[in-house]
Design a protein. Structure first.
Length: 187
C-alpha cells in the first residue's frame, strides 16, 4: 500500500510540475524572431526581419496605450493624442502586416514581455499620474523609433522594407513633436 501511495504521489507531483512549466508562455517577439531566423537564415531579409519584428512590437504597444489613454487620461488633449496614436499606428501595423506577408516575415502576435510589462505598469495609473507617465513614455519611445526607422530606411536590404521605413519617419517625427508639446505643457 505504501508503494502505491508513494508512486501516486510521485506521478501527481510530476503532473503538477509539468503543468506549471507548460503554462509558461513564450515571448511572442522572441518566437517570431526564432521563426524568421530559421526560414530567412543567410538571406538578405534576415536583418530586415528583425526590424519588422521590433516595429510590429512597438506598433502594437502604441495602439494599446493609445486606447488606454482614452480611458485613463485626465486631459482631453492626452485622450485625443491617444486616439491619434491608436489610429495612425494601427494603420501602420496593417501596412506592416501586409508587407511582412509578402516577404514571408513572421511578426509577433502579442506584445513582447518588456512591452507587456510597460503596458501593465501604465494601466495601473489614472488621471494626471497616467498623463505624465504616458507622455514621458511616448517621448522616449518615439525618439527610439525614429532612430530605428531612420536606420532601416538607410540600411535595409529589401527595397520595400526600406521604403516603408522611410515613409514612416515623418509621421514618427510629428508624433514626437505632439508628445513633447503635451509633455512640456504638463510640467
Amino acid at each position: 500500500m505504501k508503494k502505491i501511495t508513494l508512486t501516486s504521489f510521485v506521478l501527481a507531483s510530476m503532473l503538477v510540475f509539468s503543468a506549471c512549466n507548460s503554462n509558461k508562455s513564450e515571448d511572442s517577439k522572441e518566437v517570431a524572431e526564432e521563426q524568421n531566423e530559421e526560414k530567412l537564415d543567410d538571406t538578405k531579409l534576415e536583418d530586415d526581419s528583425e526590424f519588422a519584428v521590433a516595429a510590429a512590437d512597438g506598433g502594437m504597444i502604441e495602439v494599446q496605450l493609445g486606447e488606454l489613454a482614452q480611458t485613463n487620461a485626465a486631459s482631453a488633449d492626452v485622450k485625443k493624442f491617444g486616439a491619434t496614436m491608436a489610429k495612425e499606428h494601427g494603420m501602420a501595423n496593417d501596412e506592416l502586416k501586409a508587407l511582412a506577408g509578402q516577404k514571408n516575415i513572421t511578426l509577433p502576435m502579442s506584445l513582447s514581455d518588456d512591452k507587456q510589462k510597460k503596458y501593465d505598469d501604465l494601466s495601473k495609473k489614472k488621471g494626471a499620474e497616467f498623463d505624465k507617465a504616458y507622455l514621458s513614455y511616448m517621448v522616449d519611445d518615439h525618439k527610439e523609433d525614429i532612430s530605428e526607422f531612420e536606420e532601416a530606411a538607410k540600411d535595409a536590404k529589401d527595397p520595400d522594407v526600406k521604403s516603408w521605413a522611410a515613409g514612416k519617419v515623418p509621421t514618427l517625427k510629428h508624433h514626437l513633436e505632439m508628445a513633447e508639446a503635451l509633455h512640456d505643457a504638463k510640467k
